[in-house]
Design a protein around this ligand. Structure first.
Ligand SMILES: [Zn+2]
Length: 128
């Protein structure tokens, strides 16, 4: 994963600060602690980036969660219906189970993608 450091892919998949990539934006690293899934630090302790750049900033992640959800649903469909040759009804339940069980991951991925639309990696930015 370290080879990707400096790319948006790294920040999106690790949930790290979009500007310095040095630490996680989330207070809890395990997305499946459901009460903490969306708890984020206010600022990055390395580069002082404020994550929530305006009130309700992360509402925009809703628009991202839709295509992210579709991507997981399509993946579940391809695996269930095309690879495992399950029936359509069984595939439907597989898709539903996938969407529900991956909800915390989808939520965080969406936030990570959303914040990476607005912030860009800057090498070695230090508090001064
Ligand atoms: Zn940072």
């Amino acid at each position: 994963m370290n080879i990707l450091k400096g790319t948006k892919i790294y920040s999106i998949f690790t949930g790290s600060c979009p500007v310095c990539h040095e630490e996680s934006m989330y207070t809890e690293s395990n997305a499946y602690k459901l009460s903490q899934t969306l708890n984020m630090k206010e600022r990055c302790s390395h580069c002082d980036t404020k994550y929530k750049i305006e009130p309700s900033f992360f509402y925009g992640a809703m628009y991202v969660s839709y295509p992210v959800g579709i991507a997981f649903a399509v993946a579940a469909f391809v695996i269930g219906y095309l690879l495992l040759k399950l029936s359509l009804l069984t595939t439907f339940f597989l898709i539903a189970a996938t969407m529900i069980s991956l909800l915390p991951v989808i939520l965080r991925l969406s936030r990570n993608i959303w914040i990476n639309f607005f912030m860009h990696y800057k090498k070695k930015q230090k508090l001064s």
